[in-house]
Design a protein around this ligand. Structure first.
Ligand code: ZN
Length: 148
């Protein structure tokens, strides 16, 4: 998936969880955790040279293979586990980051390339930048409009 789809998915998930009361806090912390969600939705593709963040950090993109460690489900489990050890504003920021990261991993799992999982790959049928991704983008956009 390309970065606009990832960012939109993180916004949709964040807004949904916000409406459910998960991010009930001060406006300042809500804005920060929202930004953390967007960062979390972009960070996994730091390993891809042509991605939004990969272009800015080409050394990282050269060292890591695309859709390897940064797309691991274990990072999600680590982030989730880390929530147990933080509280207050830091917990909200981490939760926002986790929301963005999780939405990214879920969307990439729907693609043909998929994500690594226990020596194999979880994958779907959608090609990046295809009409299938466009359809997902449009569905996410409709969901966001309905949520607002
Ligand atoms: Zn990715």
């Amino acid at each position: 998936m390309i970065w606009p789809t990832h960012v939109l998915a993180s916004i949709v998930l964040y807004v949904l969880l916000f409406k459910l009361g998960l991010f009930d806090s001060s406006l300042f912390l809500v804005v920060l955790s929202f930004m953390a969600a967007i960062l979390g939705s972009l960070l996994p593709d730091i390993d891809e040279r042509n991605s939004f963040l990969g272009k800015k950090s080409f050394i990282v993109a050269r060292i890591l293979g695309h859709r390897q460690i940064t797309h691991s489900v274990f990072i999600l489990i680590f982030l989730l586990f880390s929530l147990l050890f933080v509280s207050g504003g830091l917990r909200l920021l981490l939760l926002g980051f986790l929301v963005g990261y999780a939405s990214h991993i879920f969307l990439d799992a729907l693609t043909v390339t998929g994500i690594p999982f226990l020596g194999t790959r979880i994958h779907g049928w959608i090609k990046t930048s295809s009409i299938g991704e466009l359809m997902i983008f449009l569905v996410l956009l409709v969901i966001l409009i309905l949520l607002l």
